[in-house]
Write a protein that binds this ligand. Structure first.
Ligand code: NAD
Length: 490
């Protein structure tokens, strides 16, 4: 498999490209365990320096006219598009994404995000309010009082991201933050930071001023943790596990950080008695075929009416048998590797726990024999599950579906709502009115009715321990602003 490049990667701090003070770390290709590149290990002092640089650059960047910020974002969009063909193999090598996911989603969606936020940057986001008659009070004279709710940039933002969609995720944070007038310190996941360092190169090349964009990388969590407690960071925009989200919440409390936390999920797919099984099966099979289930929104719990369970399990078993597990670079591959040996071990542990707690392993994807190296788990189907099982309660983040049954809609909603998470649920039913009503009862930030497709214009985020705040399109831009109310006698 082609290595990304032999080039030397560096950190960007305050406009200077520097080596990591803690040395370098190797990036391993999950598909065949080959060495892709070495990336810098930042020290805590370098994380602090990057935070300081972002804070120092903030006032001038916030005061830069929106059309100039937009022009730089458009230039970044163009440069990303020019580099697209070299970025795709890099991302496939570092993430293990299949050729389909790598070429159609990992890079193009990142480009789209820059372009969208370049357009949104020049829109007026202030909210004018009609003058209100206010009576005289001991505070001040009455009269008509005019008002405006202005949106002001939050400040210096640490953007900390997970390994599954490194470039898309950072683009979804950095582009709206820069558009709103914030400065950023990017901290990509340790497993696959190369494309994000390349994004920083692009942003530097097109002319973002020194300190406006910084990037640090490290396997050691200490530099990322230092950003979450730094006085120079006003906001942490984090996507990752709920466990790390809790640590960031706590670390940010003394400095009252603004937080956007996009955390774990345990998606429920309710399959009602009148559902179209083929539609439900296609959506559920995305847990296997879309980035090996390393997706927070995946419908990993199939909650099916008892009268249809045999049909659904049969359809899923058939679908699993058709999905080729193989090298990501092979166009016929549907299920590629998971990110690392550690993650493969975690997933295998959950399959084992499902079996030992009483689930039937209908399809067992552990250690596909034809893959001699790399970190592979094939499609796995656990039937006869109960809501209290470990594999049903905890996020697996791999190609594993658990099947549970229900007898009436109330029970379905109760099972669906019965985890700590609430990110993305689904309802499959011929009665779309009923499905809509059930969707409104789900404690989940997003609900899909008869589809696993997303609408990129919606607000995206979680209820409960799936997160705090919303990103996505214009909602995402607002996440990087503070509302400031200004009043005057009209
Ligand atoms: P992770 O939480 O292990 O790591 C995410 C990032 O946090 C990495 O960059 C890591 O270096 C950093 N980090 C680690 N310790 C830290 C600390 N103490 N302080 C600050 N930062 C720290 O997550 P992961 O394994 O890379 O990704 C998988 C998780 O991400 C899953 O839980 C998945 O559901 C979640 N995810 C959520 C969404 C969403 O939009 N809700 C999207 C994708 C992934």
């Amino acid at each position: 498999m082609s290595a990304a490049t032999a080039k030397t990667y560096r950190l960007l701090i305050g406009g200077e490209w520097v080596d990591g003070e803690a040395g370098t770390s190797p990036i391993i290709n999950p598909a065949d365990e080959s060495h892709v590149a070495d990336v810098p290990e930042a020290s805590v002092a370098q994380a602090e320096a990057a935070a300081r640089a972002a804070q120092e650059a903030f006032p001038a960047w916030a005061a830069t006219p929106a059309r100039e910020r937009a022009a730089l974002l458009h230039a970044a969009t163009e440069k990303l598009a020019e580099r697209r063909e070299s970025l795709i193999p890099t991302i496939i090598a570092e993430t293990g994404a299949t050729a389909q996911v790598g070429s159609k989603m990992q890079v193009p969606i990142a480009i789209t995000r820059f372009s969208e936020y370049a357009d949104l940057a020049i829109r007026d986001h202030d909210v004018p309010l009609p003058p209100s008659p206010v009576p005289s009070t001991p505070l001040a004279a009455g009269g008509l009082i005019g008002a405006l709710v202005a949106r002001q940039p939050v400040g210096a933002v640490a953007t900390i991201s997970p390994y599954n969609f490194p470039l898309v995720n950072q683009a979804g944070k950095v582009a709206p933050a820069l558009a709103a007038g914030c400065t950023v310190v990017m901290k990509p996941a340790p497993q696959d930071p190369i494309a994000v360092i390349e994004l920083a190169e692009i942003l530097d090349e097109v002319g973002f001023p020194p300190g406006v964009v910084n990037v640090i990388t490290s396997v050691d969590p200490a530099p990322a943790a230092a950003l979450s407690s730094s006085r120079d960071i006003d906001m942490v925009s984090f996507t990752g596990s709920t466990g790390v989200g809790e640590m960031i919440y706590e670390a940010g409390a003394p400095t009252m950080k603004r937080l956007l936390l996009e955390l774990g999920g345990k998606g429920a797919a309710i399959v009602r008695e009148d559902a179209d099984i083929a539609t439900a099966t296609a959506a559920l099979a995305s847990v296997w075929g879309f980035h090996s289930g390393q997706i927070c929104t995946a419908p990993t719990r199939a909650i099916v009416h008892a009268s249809r369970v045999d049909e659904l399990v049969g359809a899923l078993q058939f679908a699993a048998g058709k999905m080729q597990v193989g090298l990501p670079t092979d166009n016929a591959t549907v299920v590629g590797p998971v990110i690392s040996g550690a993650q493969r071990g975690r997933i295998e542990g959950y399959i084992e726990s499902g079996a030992s707690e009483g689930a039937t392993v209908v399809v067992d994807g552990r250690r596909p024999e034809h893959m001699e190296s790399g970190f592979y788990v094939g499609p796995t189907l656990l039937a006869d599950c109960r809501p209290d099982m470990t594999a049903v309660q905890e996020e697996i983040f791999g190609p594993v579906i658990s099947v549970l049954t229900f007898d009436d809609d109330d029970e379905a909603v109760s099972i669906a709502n019965g985890t700590d998470f609430g990110l993305y649920d689904y309802v499959f039913s011929a009665d779309t009115g009923k499905a809509y009503e059930m969707g409104r009862r789900l404690r989940s930030g997003n609900v899909g009715i008869n589809t696993a497709q997303r609408n990129p214009k919606t607000a995206f985020g979680g209820f409960k321990k799936s997160g705090v705040g919303r990103d996505g399109a214009e909602f995402g831009l607002h996440a990087y602003t503070e509302m400031q109310s200004i009043v005057w006698p009209a």
